[in-house]
Design a protein around this ligand. Structure first.
Ligand code: CA
Length: 222
């Protein structure tokens, strides 16, 4: 599980990183809103922990820009503000949950687990939709308005990542890490083969959606 922690208080950030790593999360820390936003836009995180009062760009703006860019990574706000209206604002902007500072580590961990569980449940039953293309993640069927085709597990996982982050480059390394895992010896060739299968299937469905190659980087769905 990849966690992005956007928090400018160095002591708190270090303590949280330490704790999360102990719980086997892999963590990247950003110390201002701008850096946090850029990291978050990569779409490579399973969860984002986001402080509100941040240098360069506040947490609300980071959240707003992530959601506008269709990055749907679950976000937990770490808020020092205890006003109900601030919490509502955060939730309206697309946060999934919040904890009020000072919070206990066990509370944060419990909320993270709950959110990740919810995300997994959702993925087990839900469909992703983009540009007239629908991916059903329980039946592994890809469909358009009047056509339907079966896809394999790996194809589904690759397409899920692309469809959850449309118009964003997903690097080949992202795909390997997210789908095959850090320890895997999967190579770029494997991905290229799956992408070419997926392209044929998408083409068969006759939507306007295509998987573009971004030379030297990876792929994006447009
Ligand atoms: Ca802060």
């Amino acid at each position: 599980m990849n966690v992005l922690l956007i928090e400018d208080e160095v002591n708190l950030s270090e303590a949280l990183c330490h704790l999360l790593k102990k719980e086997n999360y892999s963590v990247d820390a950003a110390f201002d809103g701008q850096d946090g936003l850029e990291k978050g836009l990569s779409g490579r995180y399973d969860i984002i922990l986001l402080d509100i009062m941040l240098p360069k760009k506040n947490g609300y703006d980071v959240l707003k820009e992530l959601r506008e860019a269709k990055v749907s990574t679950p976000v937990i706000l770490l808020t020092a503000k205890n006003q109900i209206s601030d919490k509502i604002k955060g939730l309206d902007l697309g946060a999934d949950d919040y904890v009020s500072k000072p919070f206990s580590a066990s509370e944060l961990m419990a909320r993270m687990r709950a959110l990740l569980r919810r995300k997994t449940d959702k993925l087990a039953t839900n469909e992703l939709e983009y540009g007239g293309l629908t991916l059903n993640l329980s039946s592994y069927e890809l469909s358009s308005k009047d056509k339907k085709i079966k896809i394999t597990l790996k194809e589904g996982q690759i397409l899920e990542l692309l469809m959850a982050n449309p118009n964003h480059v997903i690097t080949k390394d992202d795909l390997i890490i997210k789908i095959w895992g850090y320890e895997s010896d999967a190579e770029y060739n494997n991905i290229e083969v799956y992408i070419s299968f997926l392209r044929k299937k998408i083409e068969y469905l006759k939507t306007s959606v295509v998987i573009e190659t971004v030379r030297g980087l990876g792929y994006k769905l447009v």
